[in-house]
Design a protein around this ligand. Structure first.
Ligand SMILES: Nc1ncnc2c1ncn2[C@@H]1O[C@H](COP(=O)(O)OP(=O)(O)OP(=O)(O)O)[C@@H](O)[C@H]1O
Length: 280
């Protein structure tokens, strides 16, 4: 459905994406990776806001390198960028309506109904007439999601969508995105391994512009199989450990003395995969 072949983007001689090959299908795919791994660069290429140096992205048979196909593709995607840069003096309704106009929803009545629908989807009906500058961070994030949902896109691209959401909003976000993922491709980048575990059927870990893992969240957790430990004493050698709420130390890697084995989670697998880089 969405085919990425040899995608490469270089900044100042350093690759942000390095000959990346991926196929994305219906369902929710999570992108994890440390700062600078290339997540935003990949999402921008998918959203057609950034042209790669080489390689290709095709979605629904459309190639954004061709101007006419790029326009056709843009009609079928929704994009929540990392930094949406909204106009602060617009109301929430007018902001989404403005994006709807850019998305060529020309019939006013139909467009306004669609704006109301997406505001309701993200629970912002009550804030429709509130100026963007008066919205809280979490509300702005939901507004950014609302504009991405306009026109029921076949491909939904979400760059760190859960930043600024409180636990209740995060839960309703998960419910919304998993429902959307039943019938379309959703790609989201995040630093939240809990979101990946709760929401994504597939997870791709990027590092240095390459995919270093591609599998289910369960498979990512299993990367740390037999390497997660709980002990009363802090380990002397490992750098990957922390003190848990019950006062014990959770260590990744070699077994500390008298430690008992623990069941790994997605975060453990991710940390093991990236190893010393994240420990540092
Ligand atoms: N416009 C730009 N000019 C120069 N370098 C850039 C630009 N955009 C991205 N980069 C560089 O490309 C690399 C990948 O950046 P990118 O923003 O895609 O990473 P990321 O995985 O999204 O990181 P984060 O988790 O911090 O958002 C980084 O080294 C970054 O500094």
């Amino acid at each position: 459905m969405i085919q990425i072949n040899g995608l490469t983007k270089t900044y100042g001689g350093r690759p942000a994406l390095d000959h990346l090959d991926l196929t994305l299908r219906t369902g929710v795919t999570g992108l994890l990776g440390p700062n600078g791994a290339g997540k935003t660069t990949l999402l921008r290429c998918l959203a057609t806001t950034l042209a790669p140096d080489s390689g290709s992205v095709t979605a629904f048979g459309l190639d954004p390198a061709s101007p006419s196909q790029r326009t056709a593709l843009r009609r079928r995607l929704g994009y929540l960028p990392q930094d949406p840069g909204f106009y602060p003096h617009f109301t929430a309704f007018d902001l989404v309506d403005y994006v709807a106009i850019l998305k060529e929803l020309t019939d006013r009545e139909h467009r306004h109904a669609e704006v109301r629908r997406v505001l309701a989807e993200v629970d912002l009906t009550g804030q429709a007439r509130t100026k963007v500058r008066k919205l809280s961070g979490g509300m702005r994030q939901r507004l950014a999601l609302a504009q991405a949902l306009l026109g029921e896109p076949d491909l939904l691209i979400l760059d760190e969508p859960t930043v600024g959401l409180d636990p209740e909003q995060r839960m309703s976000f998960r419910a919304l995105v998993s429902r959307l993922g039943e019938s379309r491709a959703v790609v989201l980048s995040t630093h939240q391994t809990e979101d990946v575990a709760a929401l994504c059927e597939r997870v791709i870990v990027l590092r240095g512009g390459r995919a270093v893992f591609d599998g289910t969240p369960g498979e990512l957790a299993r990367v740390a199989d037999g390497q997660v430990w709980l002990s009363a004493e802090a380990p002397a050698t490992s750098r990957m450990f922390w003190r848990t709420a019950d006062g014990r130390y959770r260590t990744l890697g070699d077994r500390p003395p008298a430690a008992e084995q623990a069941t790994p989670g997605v975060e453990d697998g991710y940390l093991m995969l990236l190893g010393e880089e994240v420990a540092a």
